[in-house]
Write a protein that binds this ligand. Sequence first.
Ligand code: GTP
Ligand code: SPV
Ligand code: MN
Length: 594
Amino acid sequence: MSTKNKKLLAWVAEVEAMCQPDRVEWADGTKAEYDRLMQLMVDGGAATRLNDELRPNSYLFRSDPSDVARVENRTYIASRKQEDAGPTNNWIDPVELKKTMTELYTGCMKGRTMYVIPFSMGPIGSPISKVGIEITDSPYVVVNMHIMTRVGDKVLKHLGEQGEFIPCLHSVGAPLAEGQADVPWPCAPIEQKYIAHFPEENLIWSYGSGYGGNALLGKKCLALRIASNMARREGWMAEHMLILRFTSPEGRRFHIAGAFPSACGKTNLAMLLPTIPGWKCETIGDDIAWMKIGPDGRLYAINPEAGFFGVAPGTSMSSNPMAMRTLEKNSIFTNCALTDEGDVWWEGIERPCDHAIDWKGNSWTPVSGAVAAHPNARFTTPAAQCPVICDAWDNPAGVPIDIFIFGGRRTRTVPLVTQAFDFDHGVFMGAMAASETTAAALDVGQTLRRDPFAMLPFCGYNMADYWTHWFAMGNRLGEHAPAVFYVNWFRTSRDGRWLWPGFRENSRVLKWMCQRVAGEVGARETPIGNMPVDGDLDLSGLDIDPQDMAELMEVDSAAFHADLDDAEAFLAKFGDRGPARLREQLEALKRRLA
Ligand code: GTP
Ligand code: SPV
Ligand code: MN
């Protein structure tokens, strides 16, 4: 440990006194530390080292079957006033919540090591980056943070004696009594889990879960819920967006940021290997974008993360070859299946598997009648290993965004692609976005829900104020505001087939967007937005039924009308706090559909 930051030292001492760990270790971010913690977890039965010939330096973990995803019902925005959290967030008075959680935290690290992880979200020293300190009793969290963020002494050095940091406290909530043996995946029962945010103090307290966004606090808790608050106060944006660079055969570059809800295709699009000749895609980020207006008036984005925490099932050499190559080595797998050869396996990997150990640790065969990998099984892998990582991915200045894409999972109603008439209309599209729910959250059921800007679970304040902030950013950006598009890769036929091949073929839709921005193609105006003129969407070499294509491009006014009723009811939840410009957009759409 090498810091003289008084605030940090005081906070660590305070947490140590409360949580009562057996010992305290400061994470230095080195490979030696990573290897030592992995060995500790292999010895303790929490991790399995994979076959080094098939998957060098990689490990598999199986979580407790109750702790497999984010828990939205246990996620709280504890602002002083409830209306500042808004109708879409869970709220508890911060004083009350701290009291409840202090009781839980008292003695909660007994028998365990408390790790102090200094980390940077974004390149160290970038004007957009932030320093966080995560305190955790989970060595699994430490090794994941090594990959997902920039960890260690270099962060402490940058922080200095006076620097500001975001305190992130995490415990799995499973103290060990004297002599009590540990379990492979310690966690607390659901009613004791709290993923708490105190936005007015830039403070995060998480208790009871060891999984993903519940526990790796730099990600959803800091980089979205807390950062969205800071961004609004400071005039920038923290969004649930992938970032990519798309380059035309002539060498013209377009930077695209896309917001889709969890498990709706960000990682896949970010690493896209285009099927159309001459076009090139390079990855900058796959989940989160922090964006600030630059000196030239354009919007610059950085990826605050350093790794990908991606959905494993469905990832294959045909759907996402660049992800498959990224995770060939130095990766952590959670809740995937283990093959007899000592490699990982999951549904949709497009490799045969006759026998495996499933995510629950049981013997599995293809006729077992259950999935081998949990639907929210994940890989943690270093961004720098991605074969198509963009050379600008860790540029502290970021990349200038030309295009925003919104979207979600809609089996019906929503066509393949539409372009907003202008930025205000684009904000309306983002605000009214809806998606069918996925396995990325444990407790949201299987329904269609409104998920504005894919931020429903991640906006750390009143969503109505968030929309106002989007309009304010639009005002400031003016003619530099990115063009806005809405996509749906997930439309199905009446007999349940995907109508659009998706994945690598999505490059065709990106090409159309870039050509629109470059003024190379026109558009057909429809009530819901501008759509491709017949022949402009490049379908060359693609074997797609013209009937399916027609259905993908259809605008069903009656279905949109029904959707509008739902959107209107959603907007009504926010009362007068919802921006008038959003209601104007809604009325205008109604008139166009009539
Ligand atoms: P989070 O990490 O939870 O934020 O998810 P994400 O938005 O990065 O989603 P991801 O790219 O991991 O995709 C999630 C699931 O959607 C996977 O099972 C993919 O196979 C599937 N998927 C992604 N893109 C497409 C597509 O274009 N078409 C279809 N049909 N499925 C897709
Ligand atoms: C998401 O759910 O959007 C994720 C996974 O990216 S987690 O980090 O668990 O939030
Ligand atoms: Mn995500």
